[in-house]
Design a binder for this molecule. Sequence first.
Ligand code: NAD
Length: 507
Amino acid sequence: MRDHGGLDIHSVLNDLGITGEVSAGDLVVHSPADGAKIGAVKTHSATDCDKIIAQSVKAFKEWRNVPAPRRGELVRILGEILREKKEALGALVTLECGKIYQEGLGEVQEMIDICDFAVGLSRQLYGLTIASERPGHKMREYWQPMGPVGIISAFNFPVAVWSWNSALALVCGDSLIWKPSEKTPLTALACQKLFEDACKRFGDDAPVHLSQLLIGEADIGEQMVRDTRMPVISATGSTAMGRKVAPIVAERFGRSILELGGNNAIIVAPSADLDLAFQGIVFGAVGTCGQRCTSTRRIFVHDDVYDQLVPRIKKAYGGLSLGHPMAAETLVGPLIDKASFDLMEAALDKVRTKGANIIGGGRALADQYPDAYYVNPAVVEMDGVADNVMEETFAPILYVFRYSDLDDAITRQNAVPQGLSSAIFTRDVLEAELFTCEAGSDCGIANVNIGTSGAEIGGAFGGEKETGGGRESGSDAWKGDMRRMTSTLNYSKELPLAQGIKFSVGE
Ligand code: NAD
């Protein structure tokens, strides 16, 4: 294996300064790369959770008074520290969640990018000035901090999702509680350490407990979700998780930002640049071993180009470089665990019984890594649509369909319950515009001539339908972390009522 300069688990934990914290605890962490134990951390109890929330409320009351540009300075320092620790944190992401090192580095770069974005935002939390209908009156909009923001994150983006939320919420004046995936607590502890280092460099304005971790499984997450002291819950994970979290938050009139499962498709039109389409599809379908919310799960290929493109994809699947995610030549690392492998196999079994033509599938590298779950990514060609095509199987399965009419392809693309990411490859401007018009893709992301996977932080990220409707990251997603206040100011000597209502009280 050509590895990356001795970035093994011991050196990485040491470099990140968390060796002591991950050496003993009830939550044992195994690397999906080889099944080896890489740490054990202490989980929080219900009493701890209650205390953490109380501390967060206290920290919020101090932090909200710090001017926003000064809050941005803390995030700037965090970005600086992330630059210094990019290699170590990227390697820990790889060792803990199994994505290849290039993607581990990319994830940390995404954290750096959102920090930069948030620093600029800290001077741009603009509200509107609005024309009043009354003489001698002004209306203004203020954006105010909300309170403690609860962040629940999934295993597959163990650090980036925290940063999308935290960088924005911090400049917005909120305190944070992060419940990371129980599968990836080490990267969360590393981020917490880097955040505390940033606070030290920043100085006294950062209150103690400004950002805290809540380590444990769904039950401890649910306790935080139920707590009325948490005005915002930003939850990233499966649709099944969102189905539980959303009603609990709604019942207590909290605000939830939901980033849930996707079932993303690419349409390849007759005029498409097939080299681009080929690259975009294969990266989208097998990258991160099919474990991105934006992974490409379905393609609709026009009859005219089907026989040029689909055999190329199938051939490429035969030569994919599978292996340890730290090895430089690896393109496809492991699945997170056995449960994930079983779900992939069950999905393939279902379509096999319907007569689908399947290339790939099954376990790989089992002799070398008996305690890890490497798989051969699968391409499935089929005529009809089996039930499981409507579901998100979090594994590298690509369902391939033909089409002859673009309206029909868009309808079939939109026919799934999820609505996260979508793309079309075409050089026909009319097709591109149709795809992104109101009658086109129904997803939160609709790309032209790039794949479904790999968003930039500058845009708002999220999707519709069972994807949850939340938006994080760029554009004006920060408004989700603040409350809007409308203020009318009277500088006249009269008290006219809105809508011309007459109400005069005699004395
Ligand atoms: P998961 O739903 O199993 O877990 C996600 C997180 O939710 C974990 O921290 C878990 O402990 C917590 N959780 C689960 N039930 C909970 C409950 N009742 N109350 C509070 N917290 C609870 O998801 P996963 O397997 O870690 O991640 C994969 C899923 O995440 C996929 O469906 C993927 O599409 C989705 N995802 C979505 C996005 C997005 O932005 N839309 C990004 C990454 C991942």
